[in-house]
Design a protein around this ligand. Sequence first.
Ligand SMILES: [Zn+2]
Length: 427
Amino acid sequence: MTLILAAKYVLPIVGEPFVGGAVAIDGSVISAVGELESMRKEFPDADFEDHGDAAILPGFVNCHSHLELTAMRGALDSVEDDFRAWLLKVQELRSSMSDEDIRNAATDGAREGAAAGVTCFADIGRMGFAGLNALKTVGLRGIVCQETEFSPDNRTADDDFLKLAGKYEKLREEETNLVKMGISPHATYTVSSRLFELIAEYAIINRVPLSIHAAEAAEEISLLTTGKGFFNEVYEKFDLEWNSPHCSPVEYLERLGVLSARPLLAHCIHVSESDLDRIASNGAAIAHCPKSNAKFGHGVAPFEAILDAGIAVGIGSDSVASNNVCDLLEESRNAALFARNRDNRNRTITASEALEATTLGGARAMGLDHLIGSLEPGKQADIAVVSLDHLAQQPVNDIYAALVFSSNARDVRMTMVAGREIYNRGN
Ligand SMILES: [Zn+2]
């Protein structure tokens, strides 16, 4: 049975918005997108749901999250001026939580995402099963990356790899049509060069999605380029062997063969033009997390330069421990505002570019744009409906501006994944 969703605005993202538009859905797939009148003639027997003063758009793709950390919302705000203290405090809080606590937190985070119009997550977790279970429970789509333990020493790389691959292969047995598994070598300073090489080789042969934190903090850059930085103390204290490559994080990842595995690189704040060329020529992607970056004071990623380099870039909330919400409309607003307010910017980011990054850009960055990211016949019916009836959104003179600059997660009315409603605000 065909279902027609109608609203005042329908935004396919590829192509102009329809005013008085509709989307026809057959099972899990979009069968038509266009004007309501012609759609009703084409499908006279279809079920019909009119959302009125609202916008129908592709579900939001959250390109970087840590659902396991959901219970730590606001718990780390006192140490956000010190990245090392923040990382240590996360470990401390995590060790005080049971597996069950973490699993429940992840599910709460996934529910928050669904209520915010997110239909797809690129999630990273130390306990891969918590994110996997969360997405399955709530009915979301996504790729959950099993994260490496702290493993910066080459001498343990072979063992570290076997353990990681074992965990990943076990988790793969639980994959579904909607939820797939990947691997996350956490960052250049916590993963040894040998382990990076082993993971890259394995990922290329087995087509494993990879997600890595890269070029995030100034301390990371100084450690990589000069061998000095806050992790040196830790390496020395625990007698760990770690040699600085004396180059940028992105060049380092290229040298190790990691960029050839086309990873999704989170943050990429401190990147040069040649770093962007390396990312583009290898076909790697970027998850841009403007709010998390600002909360830490890490700086502003060159969003428009990333887009202009032809790199697939999506938007990520990062964990709510460093955001403190999963709100992709707010995130798209911050992506546009920070880009406009950055020194040395090349040009102005438009509201429609910010919204595209939050939908189709994210799908491209995750390698899922053949399935999701736009409203087109044949694509999966992953849809968000955002109401436009709040005074702060009226009048709507430009639908992209209304969504990016005047709307929030709490305006989301309904969320659908593969034709199945997973959230309905109920009014
Ligand atoms: Zn992260």
